[in-house]
Design a protein around this ligand. Structure first.
Ligand code: SF4
Length: 571
């Protein structure tokens, strides 16, 4: 069976902005935080907000304190004033596109125009828009209602931003014939239009459609309506457990889409579950996927990557006795990665639900594995690399251990004792430095390599590790934001992070190509310029197809580190 995920599935710009704003407020402030009405129509996401102690108020109390966020739908101006008068600090997360519609209505209402809003009068966005119409607003949900409205002398016609585009085209055509003096504005949001166009096409091309999103979400309901109109089997689910696989068994292809307020982790989960329940895979393929998932979940793949990278760094510097350095790096990274995953079971629930479950179930064995691999790495370093390398590795192990613990003598933004992980951007930079140290510096210290070659190899290794870590951080951005992690993409935004990753990989390529002229590294070192190039291309592909399953993306990026080691064996 073929499974296609719509490119437009998931958070739209406005919802994402509102969710980011409320999570940032919650991570930065110790004041109580509320949203005025449900922030999004998705039960799982709302549960997540409650876990973050972000609650919802539906009525404005006479007196209140704390922060209230106005959601992407916006509110009537009098509600905003009432919230401030009650004593709340108000964060206005009204989507800029909705603000655009409010501005149109306000401008013409001041001139005495009537307002006709094509949308459900009970929908919060429409309620907010009506607040700008100076009591002269009318809502319409059918052609019949439109034709029964009085003929206004002057009127503006706008649509709820998530309105069905085909229906709005009919409205516009009717107005052109029956009320040509009305001013009509195209206010349907581009993101809605694209989402609807895509699902129309996907429904035509596939045998069944699954729409993931809240049952109360207007835009999700419209996607269901559009897909059903094509005559294809369409299921509207809020979570994967609601899928009736029996009804999908005869379908040869299934399209998955999601409403504008459905978080990525729910869509990813739906994809993985549908794939494992419906995809008829060859037993060999199932077996290979099981091995892949095991290697990724246990971090054996990542640790092996660190080992292979270390081997490559030693070869590039012309160091002998490469294998024990690779082994030490592998054991260190295995220990640190497992520990980190054990400490982050909660956020992983959002980014890697299956990994979180695996760590929860096998907690005891994994603690033992982390301890044993860490101890084995230190022992190996003690007997093979000399005291200085052993000392550096010990310090790094202690830092890694303390990363998630509140032991740093300074305060976080909320005024609490901070952890290393609370330092902005710490995750991305510390992993990069740690890998660069075990892969390049420790072998160099033990073998007293030349400074210039160490510097070049260190830049090469840290460039690759930085790109890998920052890319994984981008994938995990929603879950990290929920749990208040300050990764680089959260600090700089996804777009800038992607740009930085690309610059770093290009610089890495340049460094390795330059070795042809400088001769600081071993002969043929320039072949390694292919590694950042491949990573650059992979990340570009993954960036364009944001819903390629996480395990595939993780596997390919991690495999590249094994490939780096293999290249070193060949040259
Ligand atoms: S659907 Fe469009 S208008 Fe509505 S919140 Fe999303 S981006 Fe904004």
């Amino acid at each position: 069976m073929k499974i296609v995920v719509a490119k437009t599935a998931g958070f739209c710009m406005g919802v994402r902005r509102a969710v980011d704003m409320v999570l940032d407020a919650s991570n930065l402030s110790s004041e109580p935080i509320y949203t005025y009405g449900p922030l999004i129509h998705n039960p799982q996401a709302l549960k997540m907000l409650e876990e973050k102690k972000i609650f919802r108020i539906d009525q404005i109390p006479e007196k209140g304190s704390g922060i209230v966020l106005i959601r992407a739908h916006g509110v009537p101006p009098e509600d905003q004033k009432a919230l401030k008068d009650a004593g709340f600090a108000v964060i206005d997360a009204t989507c800029p596109r909705v603000v655009g519609v409010q501005v149109i209505i306000h401008k013409y209402a001041q001139k005495g125009y009537s307002t006709i809003i094509i949308g459900d009068g009970k929908h919060p966005e429409v309620v907010g828009l009506l607040g700008y119409a100076r009591g002269n607003g009318h809502t319409v949900t059918s052609m019949d209602q439109l034709s029964k409205l009085p003929k206004f002398q002057t009127a503006v016609v706008v649509a709820q931003t998530t309105q069905n585009t085909v229906f709005y085209d009919e409205i516009k055509a009717w107005c052109k014939i029956n009320a040509p003096h009305y001013k009509i504005f195209d206010t349907i949001c581009g993101s809605t239009e694209k989402r609807q166009t895509e699902i129309r096409e996907l429904a035509r091309e596939n045998d069944a459609v699954i729409v993931v999103g809240g049952k109360q979400s207007g835009n999700t309901k419209r996607l269901v309506q559009i897909a059903s109109q094509t005559g294809k089997f369409t299921a509207h689910i809020e979570e994967v457990s609601q899928i009736d696989y029996g009804k999908l068994s005869s379908a040869r292809s299934v399209a998955i889409t999601a409403g504008a307020s459905t978080p990525n982790w729910i869509i990813n989960d739906a994809y993985v579950q549908i794939e494992s329940n419906l995809q008829q895979q060859h037993p060999a393929q199932v077996f290979l996927f099981l091995i892949r998932d095991f290697l990724l979940k246990t971090n054996i793949m990542t640790a092996a990557g660190a080992g292979f990278l270390t081997y490559a760094c030693s070869v590039l510097q012309g160091i002998d006795q490469k294998f024990h350095h690779a082994m030490i790096a592998m054991l260190y990274v295995l220990s640190m990665q497992i520990l980190n995953n054990l400490f982050t079971i909660k956020p992983d629930k959002y980014n890697h639900p299956q990994r979180a479950l695996f760590y929860k179930k096998n907690r005891v064995y994994l603690w033992v594995a982390a301890f044993l691999s860490g101890a084995a790495g230190l022992y190996l370093s003690f007997i093979t690399t000399g005291m200085l390398s052993f000392f550096i590795l010990s310090v790094m192990s202690l830092l890694g251990l303390s990363y998630n613990l509140k032991i740093i003598p300074f305060m976080s933004k909320k005024g609490q004792l901070a952890r290393l992980k609370d330092i902005p951007g710490s995750k991305t930079s510390l992993i990069t430095i740690a890998w660069g140290t075990v892969a390049c510096l420790l072998p160099a210290v033990a073998n007293q390599s030349e400074l210039l070659s160490v510097a070049v190899v260190f830049l090469f290794a840290t460039g690759l590790v930085f790109a890998r870590t920052a890319f994984f951080d981008i994938l995990a951005i929603q879950g990290d934001r929920i749990t208040g992690k300050e990764t680089l993409p959260i600090l700089l935004g996804e777009k800038r992070s992607f740009q930085i990753i690309q610059y770093v990989l290009m610089a890495d390529m340049g460094i390795m190509l330059l070795t042809v002229f400088t001769g600081v590294l071993v002969k043929n070192a320039f072949f390694f310029a292919a590694i950042p190039l491949i990573m650059f291309l992979l990340i570009k592909v993954f960036q364009k197809n944001s819903l390629i399953p996480g395990a595939h993306r993780e596997f390919f990026i991690e495999f590249l580190f094994l490939f780096t080691g293999l290249t070193a064996i060949v040259i």
